[in-house]
Design a binder for this molecule. Structure first.
Ligand code: SAH
Length: 243
């Protein structure tokens, strides 16, 4: 049986790959967090749907694995790319704990938020960049601080995932303060909320302004480097070509 781990892209179906669509069509059972299953509700009609709340990731993987072992083709869906802050690794690990099964895992990539956010803002990721999540649920905050500090010192453009939540309302502020030790206050930055979903909103602003910006858990943030600039209202990091 197949256990597909499917990245759905940022939101709208036109940004989902054909392969992802085929995997979902070929599945008897769809497993995922409710919000993601909702994004594809019109293509999963008639299929068994298993949704679990957030923070029940391990349970969700066991449910998906058990459904596949019982003889069903299963798609476990996540937003963006399922292998980038997604469930792909956990599915592989959980399946390895079961013996004598005939389940084959296939990870199907999707457009990750860094990519979709960057396209909305312009072209800020044309050179080396680092992706850092500000969520300290699974990573100690000191590690996150170190990554922010070293990535900005090394000149990477930085793309932030999970920039804020109700419990972590000031994390973006703290992150900007760390980065400001290595970058000028007027460094061009941007963020995009609800990419490819209802209410999409994008803002280009300076690092100093970003420090006090209101962002939520459906926002992706881009912090430029010393070469990033604003060209015709778009955020651009030049690759270095002479024009
Ligand atoms: N697997 C996902 C990332 C999951 S982590 C991917 O590859 O995109 C969750 C974080 O991703 C969010 O807090 C946000 O920072 C970002 N994100 C995911 N989808 C988004 C969207 N449609 N709009 C804005 N940000 C998004």
């Amino acid at each position: 049986m197949k256990l597909y781990v499917v990245g759905l892209g940022p939101g709208e179906q036109s940004q989902m790959t054909v392969k992802a669509l085929e995997a979902i069509k070929n599945s008897d059972t769809i497993v995922g967090y409710g919000v993601y299953v909702d994004l594809i509700k019109d293509i999963v009609e008639g299929k068994e749907i298993i949704t679990t709340p957030m923070k029940k990731e391990v349970d969700r993987c066991h449910m998906a694995v058990k459904a596949a072992i019982s003889g069903k083709n299963v798609s476990m869906v996540s937003s963006g790319d399922a292998g980038i802050y997604g469930m792909a690794g956990l599915v592989i690990e959980v399946l390895s704990e079961y013996e004598n099964h005939n389940v084959e895992v296939e990870v199907i990539p999707g457009i990750t938020a860094a990519s979709s956010a960057s396209s909305v803002l312009g072209a800020p990721l044309t050179h080396d960049f680092a992706v850092i999540s500000l969520s300290d649920l699974l990573t100690p905050w000191e590690h996150i601080e170190k990554r922010l500090s070293l990535a900005s010192e090394a000149g990477f453009v930085i793309c932030l995932y999970n920039p804020s939540s109700k419990k972590r309302a000031d994390y973006l502020n703290k992150a900007c303060e760390i980065v400001m030790k290595n970058l000028p206050k007027d460094t061009p930055c941007g963020f995009v909320k609800n990419i490819a979903r209802e209410g999409q909103e994008s803002v280009i602003l300076t690092l100093e302004e970003l420090k006090d910006a209101k962002v939520d858990m459906f926002t992706t943030v881009v912090i430029g480097n010393r070469t990033t600039k604003i060209v015709d209202g778009k955020l651009v990091t030049p690759r270095g070509y002479n024009i």
